[in-house]
Design a protein around this ligand. Structure first.
Ligand SMILES: Nc1ncnc2c1ncn2[C@@H]1O[C@H](COP(=O)(O)OP(=O)(O)OP(=O)(O)O)[C@@H](O)[C@H]1O
Length: 501
């Protein structure tokens, strides 16, 4: 593979009221892994979108191999050898690996044997182990990610941009991804990735660029940099640790599931005979590889899915058949996994998003009316308490960076004295500073006697915050661990079924 050298100089990008990027310089050497880190809202995604032709810069230049280029669309970027894999995969489940890859790139090698041979060649060379004819719906998260990477390689990318690629992977899968990336780099390809996980950045990157408040503030050499130095460059603060001290677990059950079964499309059980109790003052962590039933577990409690068997009780009351609104009204805070689908209306201002899901409780309502003043004041409180970086509460949710959107949701869901908090990936995509704040809030909630059901793909977070860990595998709870004793790698093995073998 031929290599490319990419250089960005003086990049600037303004949105109404916000300078997302200014004076950004970035040099990506051929055949290297380059990490981009920075706190939420620092401007990382904006920069990547400019480099991939999704957005256009107001100032500055991009050059590839010394030649200045302009990208009006991703097609132009791909033409120049730059490809991007987004966090939300864009694959069609009911098509094969081959079909997903060749769709839209039929001109390269057709759709038949030549395409198949090319896919097998790339997959083999980089150790992806993907077979072209398997249906994407049969693949797990890590393999889907490989299909996305293969898709951009197939289109001739020599620089691959990855947006938080490890957020959805278990430790063993992260190792495998890094092995794949090393193969790519050995072959001359370059990788640029965004990450909030400093350990991983230090492990895989050849070079690290730090962004802060819209601009690049420095580069670091992973051979000599430490986590502490990186954190300080990013947010000027110390590294947080999720560790929870003495137990506050009581014997009062807040949430109880008894023999809960949920059937998905075609009647297949996506959750089988799950029994689980969460007590006041207790954090119960659910570990599992994505797609093993943890989403359904959360959704069935929240009334977003129906049980085909079993019962769910909240403080002794049967809530099995209640609606989401009714469950919330009984004191359940809910931080959803997909914040764009269930968490926010992106085109509404923040203060109106404060009301979402809380249309029936103070401070958003007074009697039968929406209490705009109450909602505005509380939105302002959340912005301050959870350090949501925004020009104001009249800004639309869409204009916030991903991490700041997440902080706002966590703040809203912890308002109004809930008795139970259900949090799916509460710190996914948030920077180390915000992560520390969210962990503090969860610990405080636990001290105040809330029950917390925590689903996370961040094993350090699960181990650090939970009083008890349950592993979900193929819709069943298959293992239970004491977080004080388990290691991330034992947990990873149980999650992938390795413990059975
Ligand atoms: N479409 C938009 N309209 C208005 N402002 C925007 C838009 N997109 C981004 N911004 C603003 O630009 C700034 C940089 O956002 P960006 O998404 O690039 O940050 P980030 O470093 O990727 O953050 P995160 O880690 O939270 O994803 C933020 O202040 C954000 O609010």
């Amino acid at each position: 593979m031929t290599s490319i050298e990419v250089e960005l100089r003086g990049i600037g990008k303004r949105f109404p009221g916000v300078i997302a990027n200014h004076d950004v310089d970035l040099h990506i050497a051929p055949g290297s892994v380059h990490a981009l880190i920075g706190e939420n809202g620092a401007g990382k995604s904006t920069l990547m979108k400019i480099l991939y032709g999704v957005q256009s810069a107001d100032d500055g230049t991009i050059s590839v191999d010394g030649r200045e280029v302009t990208f009006d669309s991703p097609t132009d970027a791909i033409e120049a050898g730059i490809g991007m894999v987004f966090q939300h995969f864009m694959l069609a489940d009911n098509l094969s690996v081959l079909e997903n890859i060749v769709l839209g790139a039929e001109k390269r090698h057709g759709i038949g044997d030549r395409a198949r041979a090319e896919i097998e060649k790339i997959s083999g060379r980089f150790g992806f182990g993907l077979s072209p004819d398997v249906l994407v719906e049969k693949l797990g998260v890590a393999d889907r990610q490989r299909v996305e990477i293969l898709k951009v390689l197939y289109r001739g990318a020599q620089l691959i941009i990855l947006d938080e690629p490890t957020a959805v992977l278990v430790p063993q899968e992260v190792d495998a991804l890094f092995a794949n990336l090393r193969e790519l780099v050995a072959d001359g390809c370059s990788v640029l990735f965004i990450s909030h996980k400093l350990d991983e950045v230090l492990q895989i990157a050849d070079r690290i660029t730090v962004m802060r408040r819209g601009t690049t503030v420095g580069t670091a050499d992973p051979a000599t940099a430490t986590k502490r130095e990186l954190a300080e460059l990013m947010v000027g603060s110390e590294l947080p640790s999720p560790d929870t001290s003495e137990s506050t677990v009581t014997d009062q059950v807040v949430l109880e599931l008894a023999g809960v079964t949920v059937r998905g499309d075609g009647g297949r059980a996506v959750l089988s005979d799950v029994s689980l109790a969460v007590h006041r003052g207790e954090v119960v962590g659910i570990a599992g590889v994505e797609g093993n039933g943890q989403s359904e577990l959360v959704e069935v409690v929240m009334g977003l899915q129906r049980c085909s068997a079993g019962t769910i009780t909240l403080s002794g009351e049967d809530i099995t058949d209640l609606s989401t609104r009714q469950v919330r009204d009984r004191g359940v805070g809910f931080v959803p996994e997909d914040r764009h689908r269930h968490g926010l209306v992106l085109d509404y201002p923040l203060w109106e998003n404060r009301i979402l899901g809380h249309q029936t409780s103070a401070p958003s309502v007074r009697g039968p009316f929406i209490n705009a003043r109450g909602a505005r004041a509380d939105a302002q409180r959340i912005v301050e308490e959870f350090d949501v970086r925004t020009p104001g509460i009249d800004t639309t949710a869409r204009a916030l960076s991903g991490g700041n959107q997440q902080k706002f949701i966590v703040g809203r869901e912890m308002s109004g004295d809930p008795i139970l908090l259900i949090a799916s990936h509460p710190t996914r995509g948030v920077d180390v500073g915000a992560q520390a704040a969210i962990w503090d809030h969860i610990r405080a909630a636990r001290r105040q006697g809330l029950g917390v059901l925590l689903v996370s793909a961040d094993l350090d977070e699960l181990i650090g915050l939970s009083d008890r860990l349950e592993v979900v595998l193929r819709g069943r709870l298959t293992a239970r661990f004491d977080p004080g004793e388990v290691t991330a790698s034992d947990l990873g093995a149980a999650m992938t079924g390795g413990a059975d073998a």
